[in-house]
Ligand binder design. Structure first.
Ligand SMILES: C[S@@+](CC[C@H](N)C(=O)[O-])C[C@H]1O[C@@H](n2cnc3c(N)ncnc32)[C@H](O)[C@@H]1O
Length: 249
């Protein structure tokens, strides 16, 4: 298990990162999630998964294909289906152009090239589209947003949140982050785990209120640990945060 590395200052020193107004609705794939969250596929077959801030990611679609109990949550699912898909397609084009402009700064060791990156995203969006529009899977896509989720207490063994918390720290304050993590803990079963990535903001700097958040979290009995991501891409962003919910007393 790795130690948190913010204090070592091994991140990239730069102030201008990915320019974004409002929230992007990106569409990462199963493989990106597995690598990003340092998951072992073999551990997931009996898990109950929830992807919070799932956007157009195809992680839930792929999990459902594998017979895994999986749910995706995003406030944009409140829109009608065609608007959600339109939003995701526009985002794919826009984010592609932004990444192309940042090409020199990103770590391409996993994707290989910008073209391959964009191709994978297109494939992932197609998978999301098929699952999201499948009436059989309707209940697996829940329109809701942090910090209040209409989900049962202790429902999931693994709670994932990719590219919302920490990333948008200019728009989402420390109180929102704390309330959101408490909500993720509420829906996580005792002994289950929350994993959050990245721990960097859009300027590609570490989340500035991490120490405060960890201090506040220490009162919950949850256990904090760090893992190394296996999805190199954001410059200097190597770790994810794991929060294990305490077993009931
Ligand atoms: C950058 S996307 C990430 C999508 C996906 N997790 C991925 O990694 O490709 C951020 C998502 O967060 C969603 N979002 C915005 N505010 C939210 C909130 N309060 N609670 C949950 N999700 C939210 C947006 O609608 C958007 O789909």
């Amino acid at each position: 298990m790795s130690k948190y590395e913010q204090s070592r200052g091994n991140h990239v020193q730069q102030s201008n990162g990915y320019h974004q107004i409002g929230f992007a609705m990106t569409c990462r794939s199963w493989e990106e999630y597995i690598r990003m969250f340092a998951l072992q596929e073999s551990d997931l077959s009996s898990a109950s998964l929830v992807d919070v801030a799932a956007g157009a990611a195809s992680f839930t679609a792929s999990a459902l294909e594998r017979g895994i109990d999986a749910t995706a949550v995003d406030p944009l699912y409140a829109l009608d289906q065609q608007s959600v898909l339109q939003h995701a397609r526009e985002e794919l084009a826009q984010s592609g152009a932004k990444i192309a402009a940042l090409k020199q700064r990103m770590d391409w060791s996993y994707y290989g090239s910008y073209e391959r990156y964009q191709e994978r995203r297109e494939q992932s969006l197609a998978k999301f589209t098929a699952s999201f529009t499948d009436p059989v899977q309707k209940d697996r896509y829940i329109a809701a947003g942090l910090p209040t989720l209409p989900l049962q207490d202790d429902r999931f063994s693994l709670v994932l949140c990719s590219h919302l918390l920490f990333l948008y720290e200019q728009e989402l304050d420390a109180a929102f982050h704390m309330a959101s993590i408490l909500e993720l803990l509420r829906i996580c079963r005792p002994g289950g785990q929350i994993r959050i990535y990245p721990l960097f903001n859009l300027a590609y700097q570490p989340y500035s209120k991490m120490e405060q958040l960890l201090t506040e979290l220490s009162g919950t009995g949850a256990q904090i640990s760090w893992k190394n991501t296996r999805l190199p891409f954001i410059p200097g962003s190597k770790q994810l945060l794991c929060i294990t919910k305490a077993l009931e007393k």
